[in-house]
Design a protein around this ligand. Structure first.
Ligand SMILES: [Zn+2]
Length: 302
């Protein structure tokens, strides 16, 4: 989610897909804003698509690519969370695939989907065009905590992490390949995305996010496919957690002073940019500070 209006098409490029493990393909985002990394995981009788791209035209490209890859196998779709570039193409899969998500994400789609559709339409003409014709899809199967999907000779595990980057985050694990799809719980090469938009959306929780990343790292995946940015090893889980911990500590150590939040945010922004000069998404630092300030307040008030 950028703040500046986008001037380019947020186009998914299936032609750039690559196999990262046996019958496990990723359509990489190639560093393009509002394009997610998309996964296609195959078993003997079924394939699972992870995330749709932004809007129906991108999702049509993803579905066509997935159908070609599937060669007659049954198709499932899941989405890592409800944000538009991850889930707002699901309608295209309606007649071709079974759409499964966790219950918290299904609730996000209903309660927050329409507001995010409006907000994203304001992010420039190419984004508004990509969103043209979006109808928010209703999942076919909804689970609460975890779901094991048998693709034939390969079982993938879908798991609701609890509130972190959003209320309904979900991760997808492919145990035989040691692969983990994290959605926006992890990005490489950019500051963690905090969709902190009070009073409209305050679901993101930095404190819970830190806990979730600790649990994911303990599981020790070999391959981590982030929501955006390059595919990495397990080290990225620790790198992101350490960034969030530093953001928290720097925020909380200033929070009790009489400094206004904007001053705190500016100080921490300078510090983080100095530490990670090559990372993109600098606007998300101040959003993260706002989120941690609120977390601190909740803790102080018990
Ligand atoms: Zn997101």
């Amino acid at each position: 989610m950028p703040f500046e209006p986008l001037t380019h098409e947020p186009a998914v490029e299936p032609g750039q897909a690559r196999e990262i493990a046996r019958d496990l393909v990723v359509v990489p985002n190639l560093g393009v804003d509002l394009v997610p990394n998309i996964g296609i995981i195959g078993g003997s009788h079924s394939v699972l698509v992870v995330d749709t791209g932004l809007g129906p035209r991108n999702a049509e490209k993803v579905l066509a690519f997935a159908a070609e890859h599937a060669r007659g196998r049954r198709i499932y779709l899941t989405t890592t969370h409800f944000h538009p570039e991850h889930a707002f193409g699901a309608q295209v899969f309606a007649d071709e695939a079974t759409y499964l998500v966790n219950s918290a994400q299904a609730a996000d789609l209903v309660h927050k989907g329409p507001g995010y559709l409006e907000m994203f339409r304001g992010l420039g003409a190419p984004v508004a065009r990509a969103l043209d014709g979006v109808v928010l899809a209703t999942p076919d199967v909804v689970y609460d905590d975890a779901y094991e999907l048998d693709l034939g000779g390969r079982v993938v595990r879908m798991e609701a992490t609890g509130r972190a980057h959003s209320k309904g985050d979900q991760v997808v694990t492919v145990p035989d390949a040691g692969a983990l799809f994290t959605g926006d719980l992890v990005e490489t090469g950019q500051f963690a995305i905090f969709p902190w938009f009070p009073p409209h959306d305050t679901d993101v929780s930095g404190s819970r996010w830190i806990e979730v990343l600790g649990r994911l790292a303990a599981a020790g995946p070999d391959i981590v496919v982030p929501g955006h940015g390059d595919i990495s090893g397990r080290r990225i889980l620790t790198d992101v957690r350490e960034y969030l911990e530093l953001l928290r500590d720097e925020t909380w150590s200033r929070r009790d002073s009489s400094l206004p939040e904007e001053t705190i945010a500016a100080e921490i922004e300078a510090l983080m940019i100095e530490r990670h000069p090559e990372w993109e998404g600098r606007d998300w630092i101040a959003k993260g500070v706002g989120c941690f300030c609120a977390d601190h307040l909740k803790i102080a008030m018990g």
